[in-house]
Design a protein around this ligand. Structure first.
Ligand code: NDP
Length: 330
């Protein structure tokens, strides 16, 4: 029978800027019914953590940050089947991940296949499953289509570029620097637009896609939304999946008529992994593709828990490329 242990955990003490982050020591009880205790190998750094820390998505404080991770099972609670001490597991959309030890519901965990390290698995879950549902289910990308992918050198962006091109479609990639665009090009993007250097983003997109693109994957939000709409072909789909530059303000639906009978959706990962079989399918495909080398993921930075604020400074300051992870043992 396991006993209460102590964990170091990145804690949000009150809503606010990065200064509210503290590493605190806290007791962790043995896993309850339906739970599993995991020694965390790595936890992913995501924009959703920023929204929660700032209070954009309200969460009662104090709370432990982090929505994804991977590690090794150290104890199993009552009523859990199919998991044992020593198993390698990963999860996403399950809170409290930025800690040395965490109890997670067994239903949030998926197995990490052989051939992939725990750090890479942690890095891949939230952004990887996001890119996966966007190209398979929000819009099933087909060969011959053209997709506009914003922030293409970012975490979700790099994965989107690869998944869209793997399906035989063309990517028009945007990013804020030429160095970032070069990353997108290496991953398969055929057309590159530096949106920091153009006053008319939609016109720049239409230079390479004169009829407009079939779909826009836009996680940047406020600063790109209007140009995204103006880049679509008639009856094209606008997928607004985040607001790295700020949330998009209220929007007059009548604009969709004038712009070409457009579609807009604002999807979120939770609704695309709520079904257990769907969650396992997405995780299996993403982790399997990383294991067999058909998908690559750049870990753009590794930080110990007490440098979490530095990781978020890089993410929020547009300095990061690829995925940032916190590594408790670093
Ligand atoms: P990224 O690694 O993509 O980082 C964000 C990027 O956005 C930056 O690198 C930057 O790239 C670009 N950007 C443009 N303007 C700004 C700005 N003012 N401030 C900060 N960044 C800006 O982050 P993630 O991959 O973690 O997330 C990307 C988006 O996906 C986020 O909006 C996130 O909320 C969303 N998301 C949505 C999910 C969902 O299910 N709906 C799930 C997971 C993530 P550049 O310098 O090239 O412009």
């Amino acid at each position: 029978m396991s006993s209460t242990t102590t964990a170091s955990a990145v804690t949000v003490t009150e809503p606010g800027d990065r200064s509210v982050l503290q590493v605190r020591e806290q007791p962790v009880a043995p896993p309850g019914s339906g739970e599993v205790q995991v020694e965390v190998a790595a936890a992913g750094v995501n924009f959703i953590d920023v929204y929660k820390r700032q209070g954009v998505y309200p969460v009662q404080t104090p709370f432990v940050l982090g929505e994804e991770g991977a590690g090794t099972v150290t104890a199993v609670g009552d009523g859990v089947d199919g998991l044992a001490v020593g198993d390698r597991v990963a999860w996403c959309m399950a809170g409290g991940s930025m800690a040395t030890v965490v109890n997670q519901p067994a239903s949030a965990l998926v197995p990490v296949p052989d051939g992939i390290g725990l750090e890479l698995a942690a890095a891949a879950m939230l952004q990887g499953l996001t890119a996966h549902y966007l190209v398979t289910s929000t819009h099933e990308v087909k060969a011959g289509e053209t997709a506009l992918v914003h922030a293409a050198a970012g975490g979700v962006g790099q994965l989107l570029v690869q998944m869209v091109t793997a399906r035989g479609a063309t990517v028009v990639a945007t990013a804020g620097t030429d160095e970032k665009l070069e990353i997108a090009r290496r991953l398969g993007a055929q057309h590159l637009v530096n949106y920091s250097e153009t006053d008319d983003l939609a016109a720049a997109v239409r230079q390479v896609a004169p009829d407009g693109v079939d779909v826009v994957f836009d996680g940047v939000g406020r600063s790109t939304f209007d140009a995204s709409l103006a880049s679509l072909r008639p009856r094209g789909l606008m997928v607004l999946f985040g607001g790295a530059s700020g949330q998009v303000p209220p929007f007059d639906l009548q604009r969709l008529n004038g712009a070409g009978s457009l579609f807009v959706t604002r999807p979120t990962l939770a609704h695309y992994i709520a079904d257990r079989a769907e969650y396992e399918w997405r995780a299996r495909e993403v982790l399997g593709a990383l294991a067999d080398g058909s998908l690559t993921l750049e870990v753009g930075g590794r930080y110990p828990l007490d440098r979490a604020a530095d990781a978020y400074a890089a993410l929020e300051g547009r300095e990061s490329t690829g995925k940032l992870v916190l590594v408790p043992g670093a």
